[in-house]
Each structure stands twice: as structure tokens, then as C-alpha cells.
Write a protein that binds this ligand. Structure first.
Ligand code: ATP
Ligand code: MG
Length: 437
């Protein structure tokens, strides 16, 4: 087999011979690999290329977990991959990749990369499109547990970095010099914490040591990338633990600087718990396969500062609606500078907030109007959340709980309205550009 013979004479300290674990000695079965991923792997192999499953899917299969998605690595160049698959699109500039689409499933196919990336003055990688072989590629991966290859040619697992041993020991360990690897790409700081929590692993002491000190490097990461990371951190089912681990490592402030400040202050002698409650609900909903949306979480993350700013505006004589509108503008625009939250989610947060004073006013007048509003359900859930977090809103909560029971079923919008997949109902307001505000 080509892959094996290639390594036998390349034993240098930097490029040790990989450990090749034969099919009989590991637990990855093809039954657990998605059919589409297998199709991609075999078609590449049959066209004469090396093709391996790589990254999180190999790690998860070894752990007996169901992989979230399947990534393939190959020595075929992106254009060569495209020639093999009609359902293929090339994406990315910093990393040029092929996406092979099968209905809802996308198999990401990346070409082995060499170490010759282009870095900026801070050591950050800005371009990374020099192709190489598998034994170049492995060293660019982040953690040992993420750097295993499953070779479709003989169903072996190829391990250059001690990833198998680290998986067995439950360790998240950066490949190479941790500080240098964090400087190359500071998002690895967040990834270390995310994987440790998600897998129930410990972060290796040397991988952990530089985290706090290097946390400020995250300020230079583009806001769109931080938003992607935010989704992975908080909408994967272990949001509470992830939040706590991020705070422990001084990383949460990189994502939500103002929330971090608020969390450090006590409210009437009690710690702020709204965020924790919202995260716990999110985890709970995911566990029950109910829909979740970043908009709701955002509303919770930014609530204390929005609420307090709106209170200042009211004290200066503004009406409640206008006060919330102004305060929302301010906190949202500062937050999207850090995490580029798409407008449909910021809009949802605004609507949830605007609803809060209306829910407080009891609803003497026409509660049906509010009950049938598409945002009612989320706003009501938010009211319950505030109550649980200590805002003492029991009367309003009970009032609306009863009102819903009394209302004809059709008037209360179903929970599906909270699904992020819901088509947008609002148009962009004129005068605003870009997809974030
Ligand atoms: P998940 O279960 O969250 O998808 P994953 O390990 O598959 O986890 P991805 O972000 O999908 O993570 O990336 C796939 C693989 O690409 C990783 O396992 C890792 O080998 C490599 N990789 C991804 N991001 C980085 C990075 N910032 N630095 C180095 N290698 C990375
Ligand atoms: Mg993945």
C-alpha cells in the first residue's frame, strides 16, 4: 500500500513513522460511517488517490460517539476532486476546500497541506494553500485527538502524534509547541476548551498553561469566525459546562466582553444567573430534540446591560418602547463588532426585549393580540427565565400562563416559530446595510 511504504524510510524527529493500527485492532466499523462519506472515500481511492477519513469523525468513531459530520482528506487537489463529483463546490480562500453535497449532508474534502503557510507579523496564519502529503498535513492539525486518519485503502488508523493514546487517556493536547500553535490561530484557545468539555477530556497541562495569558489574541479574530465558534460552543448540548470552562480560562470575555463585566457584579447581593438559566434551557431543549435559536440566547446574554441602559433612558423621560429600542441598538451594535450575529437573530432578541414591558403591563386589554404574535412564545419563555433568575415576576408569569390555557389553541404560535430555520418574516429596514447590525 502506498501510504505505508512511503513512511518507512522517513524517520526524522519531526516526521516520525506513524503507528499504523490494523483493522483488527481498532473499533471503527464501516457501518458507523455515513454512506455518503464512504462513497466519497471509495471514489477518490478508485481514481488512484489516497483518501482518509480525518479529524473529529475518526475521534468520535473511536470513542463510540456518533460523528457530527465526516471530513475527508486526500492528496487529490480541489480541482481534481471537483472532476470526480458533480455535486461538488469549491469554497474558502484561506483554506481551499471541496464540499460534496448529498441532499442535506455535506462531505468536506480537503487536500493534504504542507507546512508552508503564510503568517502575518503576529504569527497568525493568513494563507494556507500549499499542498503536501499526509505526513505534512498531520502536523498542521490542532490536537492529537483530531489528527488521526482512517485509511479507506486498508481500513487502518494512522497515528503520527500519539492521538490514540491521548484519546484513551482522555486528553486534549496540542500538537507541537502550544504557545506557537495558539499564536498561529487563536481560535484554538476556544477549541481546546470546547473539545475538553464535549468529550469529557482534560486539557493537558502544557496545552492549558498558556491559555489565560494568550486569551487577548482572540480580539484579532474576525467577528464572523467568532460567531461560528459561538454557535459550536453554545448550541451543541453542553452549553452550561462550556460557559463555566470558558469563564474559568478567562475566554468568555473574548466573545461577550460586556456580559463578562456584568457577570462579575452582583445584583442585590446575588450572582447573576440569567445566562446560566438560559444555557441550561438550551441544553435541555437540545436533549429533548426541541428547536433552539441563537436569538434567544443572545437576548439572555445581553439582557442585563440592555435592561439597565433602557432603565436610564426611561429615567430621562423616554417612553418604554423607545428606551428599549435605543438600548438595544447600543448593546447589539457593540456585540456584533465582536461576534457577527446575523440580523435575523439580533432582530429576534430585540423583539423578545420589546415584548417584556408589554407582558408586564398585565394585559388588561386584548391579550389575544399578544398571544397570537409570532414572537409571543419566545418572549413568554424569556419572562419565565427572568423570573427564575430572581427578577420576581411571578404575577405576570402566572397571568400569561393562564391566558394561554384559556386561549383557543390556534392563537398561540407553536414552538416551531422559534426554529432558526423559520423563513424570515421581516424585511431589512431601509438605510441599513450588511447582514448584521
Ligand atoms: P466537531 O466535532 O466539532 O466537528 P472536528 O474535530 O471535526 O470537531 P472541525 O472544526 O470540523 O472539528 O475540523 C475538522 C478537523 O480539521 C479537526 O479535527 C482538525 O484536525 C482540523 N482543524 C480544524 N480547525 C483547526 C484549526 N483551527 N487548527 C488546526 N487544525 C484544525
Ligand atoms: Mg467536524
Amino acid at each position: 500500500m502506498r501510504m505505508k511504504s512511503e513512511y518507512t524510510d522517513k524517520v526524522t524527529p519531526l516526521r516520525p513513522r506513524p503507528q499504523i493500527v490494523a483493522r483488527a485492532e481498532h473499533n471503527i466499523s464501516r457501518d458507523a460511517i455515513s454512506e455518503n462519506a464512504l462513497k466519497v472515500l471509495y471514489r477518490l481511492k478508485n481514481a488512484g488517490y489516497q483518501s482518509c477519513l480525518v479529524g473529529g469523525s475518526v475521534r468520535d468513531l473511536l470513542l463510540g460517539r456518533e460523528p457530527k459530520d465526516f471530513d475527508v482528506a486526500t492528496n487529490a487537489h480541489p480541482e481534481q476532486v471537483r472532476e470526480l463529483f458533480r455535486n461538488c463546490r469549491l469554497i474558502g480562500r484561506r483554506f481551499r476546500l471541496a464540499h460534496v453535497r448529498f441532499g442535506a449532508e455535506v462531505i468536506e474534502v480537503s487536500t493534504f497541506r504542507a507546512a508552508h503557510h503564510v503568517s502575518d507579523l503576529d504569527g497568525r496564519i493568513v494563507r494556507d494553500n500549499v499542498y503536501g502529503s499526509i505526513d505534512d498535513d498531520v502536523w498542521r492539525r490542532d490536537f492529537t485527538a483530531n489528527a488521526l486518519f482512517y485509511n479507506i485503502d486498508d481500513f487502518s488508523v494512522v497515528d503520527y502524534v500519539g492521538g490514540l493514546a491521548d484519546i484513551r487517556a482522555g486528553l486534549i493536547r496540542l500538537i507541537g509547541d502550544p504557545e506557537q500553535r495558539y499564536r498561529e490561530d487563536p481560535v484554538r484557545l476556544l477549541r481546546a476548551v470546547r473539545f475538553a468539555v464535549k468529550l469529557g477530556f482534560r486539557i493537558h497541562p502544557e496545552t492549558e498553561r498558556p491559555i489565560r495569558e494568550l486569551a487577548p489574541l482572540l480580539e484579532a479574530i474576525p467577528s464572523a469566525r467568532l460567531f461560528e465558534e459561538f454557535l459550536k460552543l453554545f448550541l451543541s448540548g453542553c452549553a452550561v459546562q462550556t460557559f463555566e470552562a470558558l469563564r474559568h480560562h478567562d475566554l468568555f470575555g473574548a466573545l461577550f466582553p460586556e456580559t463578562e463585566v456584568v457577570l462579575g457584579r452582583e445584583e442585590n447581593g446575588f450572582p447573576q444567573t440569567l445566562v446560566i438559566h438560559a444555557l441550561r434551557d438550551t441544553d435541555q431543549r437540545l436533549a429533548e430534540s426541541r428547536p433552539v435559536t441563537p436569538g434567544f440566547l443572545l437576548a439572555a446574554m445581553l439582557w442585563p446591560q440592555m435592561h439597565s441602559l433602557a432603565g436610564d433612558h426611561v429615567a430621562r423621560g423616554l417612553g418604554e418602547f423607545e428606551a428599549v429600542e435605543l438600548a438595544a441598538d447600543a448593546v447589539i451594535s457593540r456585540q456584533v463588532a465582536r461576534t457577527a450575529i446575523p440580523r435575523r437573530f439580533t432582530q429576534m432578541a430585540r423583539e423578545i426585549w420589546q415584548f417584556q414591558p408589554r407582558l408586564m403591563r398585565g394585559a388588561g386589554r386584548r391579550p389575544q393580540r399578544l398571544l397570537s404574535h409570532p414572537r409571543f412564545r419566545a418572549a413568554y419563555d424569556f419572562l419565565l427565565l427572568r423570573n427564575r433568575a430572581g427578577e420576581n415576576l411571578r404575577d405576570a408569569c402566572e397571568w400569561w400562563t393562564t391566558a394561554q390555557k384559556d386561549a383557543p389553541a390556534t392563537e398561540v404560535e407553536s414552538e416551531a416559530a422559534e426554529s432558526p430555520a423559520r423563513p424570515r418574516r421581516r424585511r431589512r429596514r431601509s438605510g441599513r446595510r450588511g447582514n448584521t447590525t
